[in-house]
Design a protein around this ligand. Structure first.
Ligand SMILES: [Zn+2]
Length: 271
């Protein structure tokens, strides 16, 4: 350990002291974490809270604050406590799609989410999209390996967009039962963005294997987990992810839930 004496604006010092009091963390820990994030921030890193298996088994209580989540990126997917809607993180803002869409600028605990600092490794112009599958097929050649993760951003005007949002569920229900109570939406002629991740099959205990897209409209009023879409022309960008950083919950039902079962078949049905 070393001692570091630095001069910073007094407003920053006050903000740091407030933050450390609120989050019950020491100034030393806070400054170390901030420096670590700044110096080692990698555009290829995906930061994730909890695991897909925990979600499948019904661990829906939050474990990491949304402000900490946003410290790790500006682009991602997730859900909310009690499965209260689909999370879309785009351009550094968190949106909650649960029938209506609202921006969440408050600080709250997140049960499951994945986030990265998005940048484009490859750009794909996609024409004549008859289904979500066509977007996947167009992005496939830009995934250099089946063994890395990818973040995918797809922008444009969608002729049709079929989405769903999970309903809040009773404590103890598993993801498969929650998926049965979802709301579905059909949007026509809507401009917006698909926020996507592709995860390798071997990661199924942690992530959702294959493509996973959430949609949000440009005016931020419509959104959800994308089930299908069509469009004439879309612009997709693909980012390679080679660092996978998982924050496991250190309290609550995560510690006592049986997570031994392979979640792959439940994930395929529910996600
Ligand atoms: Zn989803």
């Amino acid at each position: 350990m070393a001692n570091l004496a630095v001069t910073v604006p007094s407003s920053l010092e006050a903000a740091a002291r407030d933050f450390s009091k609120q989050h019950k963390t020491s100034l030393d820990d806070l400054v170390s974490a901030a420096l670590n994030e700044y110096l080692h921030a990698s555009p290829r890193r995906l930061y994730q809270i909890s695991t897909s298996t925990a979600l499948v088994e019904g661990v829906y209580s939050g474990s990491v604050s949304s402000s900490v989540l946003l410290g790790h990126g500006d682009f991602g997917l997730g859900t909310f406590e009690g499965l209260d809607g689909e999370m879309i993180i785009l351009d550094g803002e968190i949106y909650q799609a649960a029938g209506i869409v609202r921006r969440r600028s408050d600080d709250f605990l997140v049960p499951f989410a994945s986030i990265t600092h998005f940048h484009e490794d490859a750009v794909v112009q996609i024409e004549k999209v008859a289904s979500l599958k066509d977007i996947e097929l167009a992005c496939d050649p830009h995934r250099v390996s089946e063994n890395l993760f990818y973040a995918l951003r797809v922008d444009g005007v969608f002729d049709t967009l079929h989405a769903r949002a999970v309903h809040p569920v009773a404590k103890g229900s598993r993801l498969l039962d929650a998926a049965k109570a979802q709301q579905e939406f059909h949007f026509d002629n809507v401009e917006g963005t698909l926020v996507g991740l592709w995860s390798p099959r071997y990661s199924s205990s942690f992530s959702v294997p294959g493509y996973h897209f959430h949609f949000i409209s440009k005016d931020r009023t419509k959104g959800g987990h994308a089930l299908d879409c069509s469009a004439r022309q879309l612009r997709a960008s693909v980012q390679i992810v080679s660092e996978y950083d998982v924050q496991l919950p250190v309290a609550g039902s995560f510690l006592t839930t049986d997570l031994d079962r392979d979640p792959a078949s439940d994930l395929a049905k529910a996600e």
